[in-house]
Design a protein around this ligand. Structure first.
Ligand code: OXD
Ligand code: MN
Length: 596
């Protein structure tokens, strides 16, 4: 049916089978060449999928608009399709593979008529690294192809790596009619397969990202004894020139991307600190022969949230997205550059908003709500290589050794700015009990707490109770376990004002974390929830906080924690007998310590 550049029989057979179902007009294999990329860009511009930006001010960059009801991940349409419901767990929507394939087949049938089916061989992780996994995505969207060329290593080198019989994840995507009523994001971990139909939004369609690198990878990782986590990876260069690596998990909208590339405040910069960004979203980690935990970022690009990105919140990202960037759902200015709420510079006097309509500041909709220029979840896709703080170890096949694992959430009260677990098992308990508060920008009651263990709730491809067990087991396999910490940048005063300035200042807390890992700090305050810093051990040079603020950030209230424990218990109970006994034991000992 198609002339293919590979002798991988299974791959060819699968491509042909999917093509028979989707009925594209043509099949095009993505080779990763600049010429092919340019041609696709030209076609996308001609077809209206991409708008070229001002090539002098934002070279090699484009704007894309999705349909207005296709702007975010659709968790209620996302399913884990294992034979047994129990394997998907109470944390996932479940469908049987048989019924999922049947439902989706109806939508996929003839969905690519009159369109091209692109075949994208891609590698998550450096091509050929023992960490890496290969996927092949079939899609009828040029936007997807161009984004995948940024987010992954794609093309001929990957096909070569696949050889004639290597394993790969079968990823099928079609925009179909972009109809939310005919949208499904299906994962078949037992078939190493992903089917996504009816959406054009990144998180639903760049199948290497959440679908493969987290949901499918977490399932494979458990079997193969490694870890696929929703974590940034950053290198902190210490004054002695050594670089220590930290992996950190935070739920959405808690500033993972900003933390991964923070700029040290003056005092710490002078001391000799510098940050190296390895990744902002996903970490694949395995125990190496030295008994330590090593990590790679399987991605090659950032798919970041635009609103709020500016020189104060993230100067490195502002630099990164000056070129080679695909923007999605931001505002287009008359000079052919883009803008979003919270961007640098003045608010433009006019523009075309993310829906493609004329926009000016101060406009309100029929309900009196301000009309935004950019969608709150508008995005940019850009190569990591553009980032001034990009780590020089990004392409290293063995990744980087992890000294500390950091969990975090948005808690106005309760959690102190930082605390350290007593040991690995206690750290796993802390991760499993993670939670974050909804902000005014989100649907739901302000301050309402949503539990999000290890920030993996929407991304764990199997029963989360088994995932907790896997975390406990992994700890036992490490001769040199990373230490586990919890941070909270979001504690507020009684007027709702943040106590901690955040951003670059967060390095002061990371410094304490790494000093603990390096055994450079004599002692810490032992509390019921874990070890807290002595206030004098956080370097506050150059940061003028009102008297007593740091002490407030380091207090814990036993009554509040006992209330929190009740919620943790409710959350744990849904896993019934599957929840590891060790986590109940941690729960009970914490309760005892708090009641003392
Ligand atoms: C997310 C993302 O939704 O990284 O977590 O896009
Ligand atoms: Mn994410």
């Amino acid at each position: 049916m198609t002339k293919s550049p590979t002798h991988h029989k299974k791959l060819i057979a699968w491509v042909n089978k999917m093509a028979r179902m989707c009925q594209p007009e043509e099949i095009v294999w993505i080779d990763g060449s600049v010429e092919q990329k340019r041609k696709l860009e030209e076609e996308a511009v001609a077809g209206g999928e991409l708008i070229p930006l001002n090539q002098d001010l934002q070279p090699d960059s484009f704007l894309h608009r999705t349909s207005p009801d296709d702007v975010a991940r659709t968790e209620h349409l996302t399913f884990i399709c294992t034979k047994k419901k129990h394997d998907a767990g109470p944390n996932n929507n479940w469908m049987s593979p048989q019924s999922a394939y049947r439902k989706a087949r109806i939508i996929f049938k003839g969905a690519m008529k009159g369109r091209v089916m692109y075949v994208i061989p891609f590698s998550m992780g450096p091509v050929g690294s023992p960490f890496s996994k290969i996927g092949v995505e079939l899609t009828d969207s040029r936007y997807v192809v161009l984004n995948m060329l940024i987010m992954t290593r794609a093309g001929e080198a990957v096909l070569k790596q696949l050889g004639v019989d290597e394993e790969f994840t079968k990823c099928l995507h079609s925009k179909a009619q972009l109809d939310i009523n005919k949208r499904l994001i299906l994962h078949f971990p037992q078939d190493n397969t992903i089917w996504s139909v009816g959406s054009g939004y990144g998180g639903n369609v760049l199948l290497g990202k959440k679908c493969l690198s987290l949901r499918i990878a977490s399932y494979i990782a458990r079997r193969e004894r490694w870890m696929a986590e929703h974590m940034l990876i950053m290198g902190v260069e210490e004054p002695n020139g050594q670089i220590k690596y930290v992996a950190a998990a935070f739920p959405s909208a808690c500033g993972k991307t900003n933390l991964a590339m923070l700029i040290p405040p003056e005092g710490l910069k002078k001391k000799g600190y510098r940050i190296w960004t390895v990744g902002d979203d996903i970490s694949w980690m395995r125990v190496d022969t030295d008994g330590a935990l090593w990590a790679i970022n399987p991605e090659a690009g950032f798919f970041g949230v635009a609103p709020g990105t500016n020189s104060k919140s993230n100067a490195n990202m502002v630099e990164t997205i000056k070129k080679n960037t695909i923007f999605t759902n931001v505002l287009l200015k008359p000079d052919g550059t883009v803008w979003w709420e919270g961007a640098d510079g003045e608010v433009p006097r006019q523009g075309i908003d993310w829906r493609g309509e004329a926009w000016e500041p101060g406009r309100a909709d029929t309900n009196g709500k301000p009309v935004l220029g950019a969608h709150p979840n508008s995005r940019f896709t850009v190569p990591i290589a553009n980032c001034p703080s990009a780590s020089f170890r990004l392409e290293q096949h063995h990744g980087v050794p992890i000294s500390a694992i950091v969990f975090g959430g948005r808690r106005a009260h309760l959690a102190p700015i930082v605390y350290e677990s007593f040991n690995w098992q206690h750290g796993v308990f802390i991760g499993s009990a993670m939670a974050s508060e909804l902000t005014a920008a989100q649907v739901g009651k302000l301050g309402q707490v949503r539990r999000d263990p290890m920030a993996m709730l929407p991304f764990c491809g199997y029963n989360m109770a088994h995932y907790f067990r896997h975390w406990l087991d992994m700890g036992k396999r490490m001769a040199k376990q990373p230490r586990i910490f919890h941070v909270n940048w979001f504690r507020t005063d009684p007027h709702g004002k943040f106590l901690w300035p955040g951003f670059g200042e967060n390095l002061r807390i990371l410094e304490w974390i790494l000093d603990r890992c390096n055994n450079k700090i004599e002692g810490a305050v032992e509390t019921p929830i874990g070890f807290l810093p002595k206030a004098g051990d956080i370097d506050m040079t150059g940061l003028d906080l009102p008297h007593g603020t740091l002490e407030k950030l380091l207090t814990i209230n036993n009554e509040e924690w006992l209330e929190e424990l009740k919620k943790i218990k409710e959350f744990f109970k849904q896993f019934k007998k599957d929840l590891p006994e060790e986590l109940w034991r941690e729960y009970e000992s914490l309760k005892e310590r708090l009641e003392k």
